[in-house]
Design a protein around this ligand. Structure first.
Ligand code: SAM
Ligand code: SF4
Ligand code: F3S
Length: 445
């Protein structure tokens, strides 16, 4: 449906894969409603911002972007600006937007993104801001179209919200209560994706291993994986994120016995000291976490394990931080995403005494990164000389003979190949390892 007079739009996304996928859905819905995508904001008639609140820095980037849009709107008063995502679930931010940002036409919440076409129609008929923030308790929208960014892998939301309330985290306040999509609906969506030619799906939820707790019957995440594992034509199943507390033996066994579920475990540790873990409300001890990673490696020796870590949580002593370093050495993660604690208004940790000074947080972050980078490199170097299955995602922008893809363990592999390999599954021998990337040569078949 491309007409010459189609209005053009763009969606700018901050934050996690959840947000990226919500944006993919909004893009498809707008395209189905006669809008045409553009990468060039200067020609867009509609600009949608899908925002993130996870750290202060994320919010600042959005606010800076909104400031620039204010000037654009002065030059082109007819453009529509819509702002949704996690920032708009904060009543204080919404009040400020309502008072001080009349250039925003539409404010919508994290559970209202699929209503965007209706909200645009409303906004076109009024001069005042259209606000639709929902109650957080609305019915799930069912099957939705999506414009998948990658031609190879597709995101599938399996549950919304989070009930964990980790003391530092804003997500339970922005995404509402946990709600699982029905298993049959997810299965149908994945089957459709395979028919469209996708080899890989990434199942999304803030805490996928509590999938199904709110559904009738005794379905759970392991049952969902077993069901999806049987879909012919699908090659790889990934998921993000699993919580170390709920990672059951049944789930490890299911993954070990499956054909398609990838041997990659992203298990956010956050901190290595039991004091800090307790204050964070994570629900596991360092000993339990270590045991979990051992069980995974016993069941699946090739498994890669990655994590998220926060330094400078309130009250974290030098000794607590040493415990994080020590556990990082013990577990031998393949990679880690490391963050400085950022107090989020409304969370418990923001009110805790003994906030750590920024310079100290920075020093700890540097030390942690240095430790982890050495481990990542050493673990990657062990792969030199081995041959791995790689799903090719695309070619390098600078060298058209250079391809990039991922192993099932989620390692990025770069190699050369003459023919068009996009979307293909190939074998690559690893020649040289770096901290974040493996370089290899294609094995001809
Ligand atoms: N649900 C997932 C989980 O439990 O890991 C993802 C949560 S969040 C989108 C991704 C990561 O951001 C978290 O694992 C945590 O390490 C980090 N994070 C969350 N809140 C933070 C904060 N206030 N300051 C710094 N890092 C934070
Ligand atoms: Fe945030 Fe914890 Fe929920 Fe993850 S599990 S989204 S860190 S509250
Ligand atoms: Fe950000 Fe919201 Fe995701 S706060 S990380 S976009 S759930």
């Amino acid at each position: 449906m491309h007409h010459e007079h189609d209005k053009k739009f763009s969606v700018i996304t901050w934050g996690c894969q959840m947000n990226e996928h919500d944006s993919e859905i909004m893009r498809a819905l707008l395209e189905n409603n006669g809008y045409e995508w553009t990468d060039n904001l200067r020609e867009a008639d509609l600009i949608v911002l899908n925002t993130c609140s996870v750290r202060k820095h994320a919010e600042q980037k959005v606010l800076g972007f909104l400031g620039n849009l204010k000037h654009q709107k002065k030059k082109r008063p007819d453009i529509l600006i819509a702002v949704g995502g996690c920032m708009t679930q904060n009543p204080e931010i919404v009040r400020t937007f309502q008072k001080e940002s009349p250039h925003i036409n539409i404010l919508f919440g994290t559970r209202n993104f699929h209503q965007l076409p209706d909200l645009i129609r409303k906004a076109e008929q009024t001069n005042s801001q259209v606000v639709e923030l929902g109650s957080g308790d609305e019915e799930l929208p069912g099957l939705l179209p999506a414009h998948h960014t990658s031609p190879v892998k597709a995101y599938v939301t399996i549950m919304y919200g989070c009930d964990n309330f980790c003391a530092y985290c804003i997500v339970p306040y922005t995404r509402g209560r946990e709600k699982s999509r029905p298993l049959d609906e997810i299965w149908e969506e994945v089957e459709n994706l395979v028919k469209e030619g996708y080899f890989e799906v990434m199942l999304l939820g803030q805490n996928v291993n509590s999938y199904g707790k709110d559904l009738p019957g005794d379905t759970n995440f392991a049952a969902l994986l077993r069901r999806l594992d049987q879909i012919p034509g699908l090659a790889r199943i990934r998921y993000m994120t699993s919580h170390p507390r709920d990672f059951s033996d049944e789930l490890i066994e299911t993954i070990a016995n499956s054909q398609k579920v990838c041997e990659h475990f992203h298990l956010p540790l956050q901190a290595g000291s039991n004091n800090v873990l307790k204050k964070m409300n994570r629900g596991y001890t360092r000993e339990q976490y270590l045991r979990l990673t051992e069980k995974i490696r016993e069941a699946i020796p090739v498994a890669s394990i990655t994590t998220d870590l926060i330094v400078g949580f309130p009250g974290e002593t030098a000794a607590d931080f040493q415990q994080t370093l020590e556990l990082v050495e013990r577990v031998q993660f393949d990679a880690a995403y490391t963050f400085m604690f950022s107090p989020r208004p409304g969370t418990r940790a923001a009110k805790m005494k003994e906030q750590i000074p920024p310079a100290e947080k920075k020093a700890r972050l540097n030390q942690l990164c240095k430790t982890q980078n050495q481990i990542s490199l050493a673990r990657n170097q062990k792969l030199e000389g081995q041959t791995w299955e790689v799903l090719v995602e695309g070619k390098s922008k600078t060298n058209p003979k250079r391809w990039s893809g991922r192993t099932r363990t989620n390692k990025i592999v770069v190699f050369e190949g003459e023919e068009d390999l996009a979307g293909k599954i190939v074998e690559v021998k690893i020649d040289c390892a770096q901290t974040w990337t493996l370089f290899g040569s294609l094995i001809p078949n």
